[in-house]
Write a protein that binds this ligand. Structure first.
Ligand code: NAP
Length: 282
């Protein structure tokens, strides 16, 4: 490892990103001399600016909108980048650019009831996934690997999503693409997952489904939103006494796995605790 590990995150926008505070806390906990900075790159400047980043950093995270574009720069991809077609972590080792997807791990590790840390029983169950973008693909691969029986993916443009998903090796006959509309029904769904940006930023006061659709869910359905902090969808679900999970623990776990890839250190409970606290305090 170099004397000082140079790390960061690329994406646009980045001002809201909690990764710097989380990663700095993780580095401190692991007693590693390192820095972690934001590098905001607009799509049109990507080809020019990424060269600089690749030459100067030892590793970095990639967020919206560069997770797919970065793949053509990789010398080596982990299996998940191949399967999902999106890369959110890079490590530069001996001049080689290695790409990883830690969103998959982050999502799986976050699938516990927040109050008891008990694992969600999902094998053989039915899921509804809203959206089919980069994060949704990592979630979809995870749901397939967890053995769900049926996964309905709700999108606003079926043709576009079909094209984007068709190269994914995890696509199988248990996955159905459906139109997301006010008429969509979510019968017998064990987990409903929002992976659209509805509920964030300028869409903060919106929900990806109508209140009456939320009310029609079975009382034991878990409502999961990849966004953090708690969205309107989760607040309304809680009023209906449904169990909810927000995107914070997915972010913490994907970040911890990235830090482990950069430093070679194992992820222990203490690391998760300090990164979670840094997330909450930032
Ligand atoms: P993305 O690649 O841009 O995909 C967004 C998806 O949502 C696409 O399927 C898009 O459909 C759909 N969508 C966008 N606006 C919509 C609307 N108004 N109505 C219906 N569908 C809409 O983004 P992403 O990287 O997957 O990220 C999605 C969300 O997950 C973001 O809010 C991000 O912050 C969050 N996220 C959280 C974590 C975490 O660790 N917690 C990790 C990754 C992402 P079209 O293709 O038709 O545009």
């Amino acid at each position: 490892m170099p004397n000082k590990l140079k790390l960061g995150i690329i994406g646009c926008p980045l001002s809201h990103s909690k990764s710097p505070q989380m990663q700095k806390a993780g580095l401190k906990y692991l007693n590693i001399n390192g820095e972690y900075e934001r590098y905001e790159i607009q799509t049109e400047n990507f080809p020019h600016e990424i060269k600089n980043i690749l030459e100067n950093l030892d590793g970095f995270n990639i967020t919206i909108p560069h997770k797919e574009q970065i793949i053509s720069y990789l010398n080596q991809k982990d299996t998940l980048v191949e399967r999902i077609g999106a890369c959110n972590t890079i490590r530069i080792k001996d001049g080689k650019i290695l790409g990883f997807n830690t969103d998959y791990h982050g999502f799986i590790k976050s699938l516990t009831y927040p109050e008891s840390q008990e694992k969600l029983p999902l094998e053989g169950k039915k899921a509804a996934l809203l959206g089919a973008g980069g994060a949704a693909k990592a979630v979809l691969a995870a749901l397939v690997d967890l053995g769900l029986d049926q996964i309905d993916v709700y999108v606003r443009n079926i043709k576009k999503s079909q094209q984007s998903l068709e190269s994914c090796d995890f696509m199988n006959s248990n996955i159905n693409l459906k139109l997301l509309s006010t008429e969509s029904s979510f019968e017998e769904v064990s987990i409903l997952i929002n992976s659209t940006p509805i509920g964030q930023g300028r869409l903060e006061n919106s929900m990806p489904i109508e209140l009456n659709q939320l009310k029609s869910l079975d009382s034991d359905t878990v409502v999961y939103d990849l966004i953090y902090p708690k969205t309107k969808l989760l607040r309304e679900a809680e009023k209906l006494k449904l169990r909810t999970i927000d995107g914070s623990m997915m972010l913490v776990h994907q970040g911890a796995q990235a830090l482990s890839l950069w430093t070679g250190k194992d992820i222990d409970k203490g690391l998760i605790k300090v990164m979670k606290e840094a997330f909450e305090n930032g």
